[in-house]
Ligand binder design. Structure first.
Ligand code: NOJ
Length: 747
């Protein structure tokens, strides 16, 4: 009798435990999914089998942290219990993120860690199955929303370094910072291209070339994910960077050939690099919003490219299917379209219930299948297990400040240095002598932390709160530190500048753009501001020697002032160490090595203007793709190429490079390919390889490239662009450093 009673008691206890595992803490292994010894696949299936539909849909929901803070969804106040309950308990939401500017107050690394821990603790405590949340952020150039974190150059500047290893290191450093604040997911890097200077997101790209952008984006993914607690995101898939007139989220008309040849490659490279998640293009391509494109999100991304991670929507983009793009007239249908197209998680971002209740009813009505829900949740849970969230949901706030504040300033400086691109240097005015005694420093970006950081820094539109300015070295600070004995006069006033110019040996004008993000940066005529142009005009009329430093995120319209200045240094958005890097280049402590990752148009009337244009188009930019001067000179010789290869074989190209000048320098060896004929209209030339090498004066190095299928293939077939990707037999020319050679591919 006693024995039987014990059995009953045991069964009842077991049932209670099974139904309320959260009461027993995270460290107890009660179910297979909680056992870290089991393979992830097994854990996922076990957990999935225990989840209700509402719990699954909750995992597919992502909420912006501001919804959990303060009094309303834009308030950065402390976490609000009512909303924590609504979002994390009632809607069992599985993911939270900080959009641009959503930071705790005060905004220290430690405050971030405490905030993410508090949200995690609430979520775990109120989740029946103790499923941790995954927290996301846009750490696109360092952990840029956190005050005190080191900020690196934006991608467009990193692309000008042509140094994937450096990009990898920068991403690794950013990921360490991200992980130290309890954030697990970085919505970066961008695989879009910088094709249109009018587009407000040009600076977020790695430039106009699919090959270069692909190498850089893949390096960035490798860096972010070298931190095992962080997942990267390939965004924004795909065709986002060619909107009509460069206006953000305007429709892009793109042939399938162009998508496959130009836009897909950076994303394919990120998949090869193991990127964990994807975010679709927030706009429309050929009249179809990508968030509702089954073709792009399932046929191409999953079936052709083989991506098996999580697809998270961009901000409110399922809502926009009906509110902006009007392909349905209600939210429920928009959710149906998007989830069935292939979106696994919705960046809602504020109304959890609107998404969860509609999706549940769609499943109940058979309009979204349970298999599709399971597929999405399986991917999300797999990601959470891989990141170790079940075992380590929290971070140590004691460490956050130590890891982040002042970290990796040398790396930030190196990245800024290598991004500096010297466009013009008349009569070798640069480098300036270190004995220069008096300098006039003018221009709106000479001492502006906000400008040199660009958008996505503390705030979405940049660091625009005077009380929340990140630490940084401006150009003024950099020059003062580098030339402590010189007279450096700094003024914003035109008349005063003209007076001071008389005594100055040289005038440095630091102009360009301020900070902006997304559609707020769209600009049909991006140029310098009028005050800076007036300064340049007036000082040049006085016959002054002028060095123009440009800080900004894209080629600017400078055709009318190019002849009025002696030198032009493009500094991009160089980040925390921007000013010290500019000073080092101006004074020759560093020999500039940056090369333009885009073509610099003379006017917007030339758009679209690309170096890899069809042979029937013209190309006459102010500065071409790959352009950038050095203080030394490199000479190329001995260009060798395997002259006859059979289809399927690799082509080997080698070239010798010598530093003929007097200064150590880095050279970017750029290899281009031009087919003599093709199955379709050939492009003038395409980048198929590059290598950055350092040479001492008089030193020579031989660089070798291997060209395989990826480098040689193009899309064959008729105008639909759906033909096979293949290598065409025939004659090709390789060009590098002004030399050319030919080879033949035989069938
Ligand atoms: C919208 C942007 O398009 C995207 O790049 C970003 O990741 C999300 N907002 C989240 O902030």
């Amino acid at each position: 009798m006693l024995k039987r009673n014990w059995r009953v008691i045991l069964v009842v206890c077991g049932l209670i435990l099974a139904l309320t595992p959260n009461l027993y803490g995270a460290d107890k292994v009660l179910f297979p999914y909680q056992d870290p010894q089991l393979p992830i696949e097994e854990r996922v299936e076990d957990l999935l089998s225990r989840m209700t539909l509402a719990e699954k849909v909750g995992q597919m929901t992502q909420i912006e942290v501001a919804r959990l803070m303060g009094r309303d969804q834009w308030d950065r106040g402390p976490l609000n219990n009512t909303w924590l309950r609504n979002i994390l308990r009632d809607n069992v939401v599985g993911s939270v993120f900080s959009g641009g500017g959503s930071a705790p107050v005060p905004n220290t690394p430690r405050d971030w860690a405490e905030m993410t821990n508090a949200i995690q603790a609430y979520a775990l405590e109120h989740s029946r199955l103790r499923i941790p949340i995954i927290y996301g952020v846009d750490a696109v150039h360092g952990h840029n929303t956190v005050l005190g974190a080191t900020i690196y150059p934006h991608n467009i500047g990193l692309a000008a370094t042509w140094n994937p290893e450096l990009v990898r290191k920068v991403a690794e450093a950013a990921a360490n910072d991200v992980a130290a604040t309890g954030v697990h997911w970085n919505f970066a890097p961008v695989g879009d291209l910088g094709l249109d200077m009018r587009w407000g997101r040009f600076y977020e790209t790695f430039g106009e070339d699919p090959y270069l952008a692909g190498e850089m984006a893949a390096a960035s993914v490798a860096g972010f994910q070298s931190e095992p607690r962080v997942a990267a995101t390939a965004k924004h898939f795909v065709g986002y960077s060619e909107p009509e007139q460069g206006q953000d989220r305007a429709n892009a008309e793109l042939s399938l050939r162009s998508l496959r040849e130009v836009h897909f490659p950076p994303f394919e490279k990120m998949i090869e690099a193991g990127v964990a998640t994807f975010m679709p293009n927030s706009g429309t391509v050929n009249g179809v919003p990508v968030h509702a494109s089954h073709y792009l999100l399932t046929e191409v991304l999953r079936n052709q490219m083989g991506f098996d991670g999580v697809v998270v929507s961009d901000w409110e983009d399922i809502v926009k299917l009906y509110s902006t793009y009007r392909i349905t007239d209600n939210y429920r249908d928009a959710i149906r379209l998007s989830v069935n197209a292939g979106v696994d998680m919705s960046m809602v971002p504020h109304d959890a219930k609107g998404f969860t209740s509609n999706l549940i009813s769609l499943v109940e009505d058979g309009l979204v299948s349970e298999e599709r829900i399971d597929e999405a949740v399986r991917r999300i849970l797999t990601l959470k297990f891989k990141l170790g969230l079940f075992e380590n949901p929290f971070v140590d706030p004691e460490q956050a400040d130590k890891v982040i504040l002042n970290a990796n300033r040398d790396l930030a400086k190196r990245a800024a240095l290598e991004s500096m691109t010297l466009l013009k240097n008349k009569n070798n005015i640069l480098p300036l002598a270190k004995t220069t005694g008096s300098i006039l420093l003018v221009g709106s970006n000479a001492h502006s932390i906000t400008s040199q950081m660009g958008g996505w820094t503390i705030g979405w539109q940049g660091a625009d709160n005077p009380w929340e300015l990140p630490p940084a070295v401006t150009v003024r600070d950099g020059l003062l530190a580098a030339l402590p004995k010189a007279d450096i006069h700094f003024t914003a006033d035109l008349n005063r500048a003209l007076q001071l110019a008389d005594e100055a040996e040289v005038v440095i004008v630091v102009a360009g753009e301020g900070a902006y993000a997304e559609m707020h940066g769209d600009n049909l005529e991006p140029s310098l501001n009028q005050a800076d142009k007036d300064l340049i005009k007036a000082l040049s009329a006085e016959g002054k020697r002028i060095v123009l430093v440009l800080i900004g995120g894209r080629p600017l319209l400078i055709t009318d002032i190019v002849d009025q200045v002696d030198a032009i240094l493009m500094a991009f958005y160089p980040g925390t160490e921007g000013g010290s890097a500019v000073a080092d280049v101006l004074l020759g402590s560093y020999n500039p090595s940056g090369k333009l990752p885009f073509s610099w148009p003379r006017s917007t009337a030339q758009l679209p203007q690309r170096y890899n244009h069809w042979i029937t188009s013209s190309y006459d930019p102010l500065y071409p793709f790959g352009w950038g001067l050095s203080y030394t000179s490199f000479s190329y010789s001995n260009l060798k190429v395997s002259n006859r290869v059979k289809l399927g074989e690799t082509v080997e190209v080698s070239v010798r490079v010598e530093n003929r000048g007097k200064m150590v320098g880095e050279e970017v060896v750029q290899l281009y390919l031009s087919p003599s004929h093709g199955p379709t209209l050939p492009r003038q030339r395409s980048l198929v390889g590059f290598a950055k090498i350092q040479l001492e004066p008089g030193e020579r190095k031989t660089v070798t490239f291997q060209l395989g299928f990826q480098e040689l293939a193009s899309i064959h077939g008729d105008i639909l662009g759906d033909g096979e990707k293949a290598v065409a037999p025939g004659e090709y020319t390789v060009s590098v450093g002004g030399l050319q050679n030919k080879f033949k591919i035989t069938p």
